[in-house]
Design a protein around this ligand. Structure first.
Ligand SMILES: Nc1ncnc2c1ncn2[C@@H]1O[C@H](COP(=O)(O)OP(=O)(O)OP(=O)(O)O)[C@@H](O)[C@H]1O
Length: 273
């Protein structure tokens, strides 16, 4: 569990990236953190893992203050940053050096993931291609079995087969409910605040994502031009299920469309009135 309370942080006191930010992330979920370039996603992750310290407020992982980076916290947390620098070690040497810090590390799973990702088992990490290095560290991170695994843009440098493999591994190792999307809860950071922290189930209960003809665009809360007609977000008045279009929802929220967030934040009983 990650608890962020009244977090204020900036790389300089003059320009804060977050002011009084609150966010709770619970165990058993796969959260997707979305925000525009420069919104502070990586910085928020660095606060969570204690690579930077809050100016005000607190970040706690499983009850431990992140910035103290106590061994008991680190044993149950694995972080894969966007930029990685791998040592001149083979997988076997890396396991010997690093795995002892992770009491739940599963060596068999690590080698299985490496083979599923087609990462050569005996090669030296630093001499591998960047994509191979990324896959090696993802394999290691998944094998640590920590209660919190944080990955910053994990599939960015992966080729298409590796992205497919990544999905397969996550689906087989975590209880992914919606096979269309590995993410079950969406967190959006915008204008120094968390503007959304909602499960995809709750979002699709309230909003419908669909394509509508141009002539019906006035019924939409938010719409964008599509190849045929409009891609639109409508209130879900009939209780039908539709797959959440995360990109469309993100665009709606960050374009300043407040109706979408208002519907999502409304208490449940108002929905049926
Ligand atoms: N070490 C640093 N020192 C000073 N400023 C920094 C540092 N790291 C990031 N920043 C600034 O903080 C802001 C947020 O950066 P961050 O990398 O957290 O954004 P992001 O949402 O992850 O962006 P992107 O989607 O482009 O990866 C940016 O304006 C960036 O220039």
């Amino acid at each position: 569990m990650i608890e962020i309370k009244n977090l204020s942080f900036g790389y300089s006191r003059k320009s804060l990236l977050f002011r009084n930010l609150n966010l709770t992330l619970r165990e058993g979920h796969i959260y997707g953190l979305l925000g525009k370039n420069g919104a502070g996603k990586s910085t928020l992750l660095k606060n969570m893992v204690g690579l930077v310290s809050p100016m005000e407020g607190s970040c706690r992982v499983n009850g431990f203050a992140s910035h103290k980076r106590q061994p008991a916290m680190l044993a149950n947390l694995y972080f894969i940053p966007e930029e990685i620098y791998m040592p001149s070690l083979t997988a076997k040497q890396f396991v010997a050096n690093t795995a002892p810090f992770y009491p739940f590390f599963d060596q068999d799973a690590f080698y299985r993931y490496l083979s599923e990702f087609e990462v050569p088992e005996h090669a030296v990490f630093s001499k591998m291609s960047f994509g191979q290095q990324k896959k090696a560290i993802i394999a290691f991170g998944l094998a640590t079995n920590t209660s919190v695994l944080i990955m910053d843009e994990p599939t960015n440098s992966l080729d298409i087969p590796s992205k497919v493999q990544f999905r397969r591994i996550i689906i087989s190792t975590h209880q992914v409910r919606d096979l269309d999307s590995l993410i079950d809860t969406l967190v959006v950071v915008h204008d120094r605040e968390i503007v959304l922290n909602e499960s995809l189930d709750a979002i699709s209960e309230r909003l419908t994502f669909t394509t509508i003809p141009e002539s019906e665009a006035h019924q939409a809360i938010y719409a964008e031009d599509a190849l045929r007609g409009k891609q639109a977000i409508l209130p879900n008045l009939m209780g039908n299920y539709s797959k959440v279009d995360m990109e469309l929802l993100f665009n709606a929220i960050t374009s300043g469309n407040t109706s979408v967030t208002e519907i999502l934040q409304r208490p449940h009983y108002e929905q049926s009135l």
